[in-house]
Design a protein around this ligand. Structure first.
Ligand code: UDP
Ligand code: MG
Length: 314
């Protein structure tokens, strides 16, 4: 165990001009007592990652970095997305402990005290888990629950009600830094690494200001990524589906031969009609699922960088 570990808090920000100042004060109010109590090193800091914001977020980050020595900034060359912004922050920061947290203060910053205590007890990964979903609407709550169950069934190691608020030791982050893959879904990846880990619980609040950057489509894209980055079970399901269709086709053939011999009439308009659409639908869906995986292979073979840094303020 390091005597006094350096803590880096990584905050991805995309068009967050309305909250960055509040986020800074909330985080510094936690960081300062931690430094004073001697639990972490005096050169611990907050690193704001500007994920290609189109508003004044970067100007605010620059100003904060000049005014105090707790803040650092990293500006990406364009919008790379939430996961990439977190990975950029983790990759470019030097520290012994890393905590990632969203800029909107929905996650309770006071949980950081417990996270650091758990680290000092010897845990390498500490997950921030929300203990209720009352801040979400009915629809989002049920969809997330269904998604969690589905992805667990498909073999993704998720942690229920955990998003991207977590503590990781340097050991874990070093492994992340060295991963070559570019389709990274942290919520599934980190639990699959192993290591001594635990959860701390908090109640998730509403956004302090600004609007959620995820809409239905981007959340769905993240959800599909989550499953296809970890599990090939959907491909297996296609095979099973194909087998079931084959069995149905055999039964239908027997039925049509018998009806041809004994009824001698043209029957089966409805069954023909339904099977054409049914099979067409299944085939398109299956091609789509296979396409998701081919798309991933395509992205991986190009080996493009996960993010590009435009500017850095230490
Ligand atoms: N974010 C980002 N890049 C993006 C979208 C979002 O860095 O392309 C950041 C955003 O600024 C916030 C965090 O990711 O700090 C989570 O976004 P948001 O609060 O909109 O998501 P939700 O709470 O709805 O999951
Ligand atoms: Mg949020």
């Amino acid at each position: 165990m390091i005597e006094k570990p350096i803590l880096a808090i990584i905050v991805p920000c995309y068009n967050e001009e309305e909250v960055v100042n509040a986020t800074y004060s909330a985080l510094s109010d936690v960081l300062k007592p931690l430094i004073e109590s001697g639990k972490i090193a005096t050169n611990s800091y907050i690193c704001f990652v500007d994920d290609g914001s189109k508003d004044t977020t970067w100007e605010i980050i620059t100003k904060l970095s000049k005014e105090n020595n707790l803040t650092k900034g990293l500006k990406l060359s364009r919008n790379f997305g939430h996961q990439a912004a977190i990975i950029a922050g983790l990759t470019k920061s030097e520290a012994d402990i890393f905590i990632t947290i969203d800029a909107d203060l929905q996650d309770d910053v006071n949980t950081i005290y417990q996270m650091v205590d758990k680290y000092l007890e010897g845990f390498e990964i500490v997950y921030g888990v929300r203990n209720d979903r009352s801040s979400d609407g009915f629809f989002k709550r049920h969809i997330s629950e269904f998604y969690y169950k589905l992805s667990t069934y498909l073999g993704v190691n998720g942690i229920y009600n955990h998003a991207d608020f977590r503590l990781m030791s340097k050991k874990v982050v070093d492994i992340l830094k060295n991963l070559q893959e570019c389709n990274i879904y942290l919520r599934g990846l980190i639990p699959s690494l192993g290591f001594k880990s635990c959860s701390v619980y908090f109640s998730r609040k509403k956004r302090v200001a600004g609007t959620a950057k995820y809409n239905f489509f981007s959340s769905s894209a993240l959800a599909i990524d989550g499953i296809t980055s970890f599990s090939t079970t959907p491909l297996r399901l296609i095979t099973i589906l194909g087998f079931i269709c084959f069995c149905i086709a055999v039964l239908m053939s027997i039925f049509s031969i018998i009806s041809y011999i004994y009824l001698k009439n043209v029957q089966g308009w409805a069954s023909l009609f339904i099977s054409v659409y049914f099979l067409g639908g299944i085939q398109l869906l299956s091609v789509g699922i296979i396409g998701e995986y081919i798309g991933k292979i395509y992205k991986e073979t190009k080996q493009r960088p996960k993010f590009l840094v435009e500017e850095r303020i230490e």
